[in-house]
Each structure stands twice: as structure tokens, then as C-alpha cells.
Design a protein around this ligand. Sequence first.
Ligand code: ZN
Length: 197
Amino acid sequence: MEILDNHRLTGARWAPSPHHDARPGGSGVELAVVHCVSLPEGVYGTGAPERLFLGTLDGGEHSSFADLDGMEVAPHLLIDREGEIVQFVAFDRRAWHAGVSSWRGRAGCNAFSVGIELEGCVADGYDARQYESLRRVLVTLVRHYAGLSVERIVGHAEIAPGRKLDPGPAFDWSGLLRNVTADVAACGLDQQPLIGT
Ligand SMILES: [Zn+2]
């Protein structure tokens, strides 16, 4: 798994979304935000999150989708329950995933973050295959983008407190961050540092 010159991840299926724009003011990748999504809530394998992110979801598909009609949102990546990865937006672009948000006093986190959606909901746990894919993605991002580090991996709830809960209380932060930290350290022993923004 690596990141190409066009800011796309090898090992991810490319499904380009229109829901992005330029990162403003020279912002780079300085934060990774973990989310969860399922449509309908708690139902997996429907393909509806991908259609939402591509702008092709029909609000009439399900009674709970009505207020999603016309919503323009997308993460950079979606990891499904089997650990398969889809990329919607190149990492050098601002994807519209976090909404009103703030991290360490800095508002508008979309400008300087990568958004990663896990197929799931805050009431559920996550599949081991999702953790494995997420770990590999985060190690690759941290190694590639100089502005990103293990300390700069957060949940949506952390940057939008009181408004968002994802990825939820069942998410294993300690295990994930321990594994990512170990992998980044191991990579550093035999890899040249990579240039990135
Ligand atoms: Zn979220």
C-alpha cells in the first residue's frame, strides 16, 4: 500500500466523488479523522453510503434517507465491514466530511484533514478486517505526509463534541494507536523519509 503522485492510495478502489474542492491557504494533510457511517443506520452491505458520497443516493430508497437528498458529503476513504477500501477524493483535495469542527482551536477541519469512514454505527463494534485496513492506511498516510503524525489521529466526536459521536464508544483507540505507532517506528528503521505536504 502506497500513495501515488496523484495522492491516491494503491489498494483502494477509486470512485471519484464531486464533493470536494481545493484545500485553502496552502493547507496540507495535518490530521486524520475517523468516522462511521451506515445507511440505514446499523444495516451493512447496502452500498448506500457509497451512493451518498457519489451524489447518486435516491432519498426515496428508504424512509430514513429523505433528509439526505441533495446532501454533498464525502470522505477521502470508506472502509467496509470486510476491510475493502474505496477512495472518493484525492488526499491533496479538501473532502467535505467533518462539517462544523475544531481541533486545538483551529476551526474548519476539512481544510487540513483526511476523512476516513468506517462502515459501522456508534452502537456497534468494528470488524477486525476494518482495523487491519485502517492501521495500514494510517501508517501509509503518516509515512507519506510530513504534517501528519500518530498524535494527529482523532475521531469525529473529538473535533465536533456535542454534535457527533462517531466512531463511538466501542472503537478500540488504544489498540489502533498502539499498532500504528509500532508500525511507523518499524518503518523508520529501514525506509527513507518520504517527502509530502
Ligand atoms: Zn463523522
